[in-house]
Design a protein around this ligand. Structure first.
Ligand code: 5RP
Length: 212
């Protein structure tokens, strides 16, 4: 099970600080949408150059012009780019094609998605990696719940990531659902001792995997 460190609402310098302080305990690095909007593709390039052995996720949240945006992200060094589940099928197919040609991947972000038939369609389109997502603004009114997994429980073909305010308190319930990747942003990046929080979260994951 991977930890994907999400870098959101951080300056360029803070992004590097957070990675350096936690790199022993994280597997994937996500350059957040807001950070990409602030610094452009150059921050993806710089982070990949500095940490070439980490899988780099560009949280592009693409919803149109898929071919162009996927190429942009991959050219900058991303290994995975994100595309919204509500996008047109053509957008999703185009991004998957660009990814396949370059040996890269697309993560489909299910933010706001409640329609199980869309999952069926995504599977038929060839999607293999999806992100369950309890959004930042939704977090102001509640907490992530494992009900999110209901959307994908009848599918064994998807590799599943999950995001949305996951912290040390909510991690044990999430672990019970055995996602492939746990995306953690503010619980680590805004912590006083980031190293300690990342270490504890990785420790909980390792302990769960040993006993599973
Ligand atoms: O995609 C995102 C926001 O749209 C974040 O990367 C994701 O929600 C993880 O961050 P946090 O743990 O702070 O919620």
């Amino acid at each position: 099970m991977n930890i994907q460190l999400a870098l959101d609402r951080l300056s360029r310098e803070e992004c590097f600080d957070v990675i350096k302080e936690t790199e022993r305990y994280i597997d994937w690095i996500e350059v957040g949408t807001g950070v990409i909007k602030e610094y452009g593709m150059s921050i993806i390039r710089e982070i990949k150059e500095a940490f070439p052995n980490k899988v780099l996720v560009a949280d592009m949240k693409t919803c149109d012009a898929g071919r162009y945006e996927a190429a942009q992200a991959f050219e900058a060094g991303a290994d995975i780019t994100t595309v919204m589940a509500f996008s047109a099928d053509k957008t999703i197919l185009d991004t998957l094609e660009v990814a396949r040609k370059q040996g890269k991947r697309v993560m489909i972000d299910l933010l706001g998605m409640t329609d199980p038939t869309r999952l069926e369609e995504l599977e038929q389109l060839g999607v293999d990696l999806i992100g369950l997502h309890f959004g930042k603004d939704m977090q102001l009114e509640g907490e992530i719940h494992t009900d999110l997994f209901n959307l994908v429980e009848s599918y064994s073909t998807f590799e599943v990531a999950i995001a949305g305010g996951i912290n040390i308190g909510s991690l044990p319930d999430i672990l019970e659902k055995s996602p492939n990747t746990i995306i953690v942003g503010s619980a680590i990046s805004k912590a006083e001792d980031r190293t300690e929080v990342a270490k504890k979260m990785k420790g909980l994951i390792n302990a769960y995997e040993v006993n599973y």
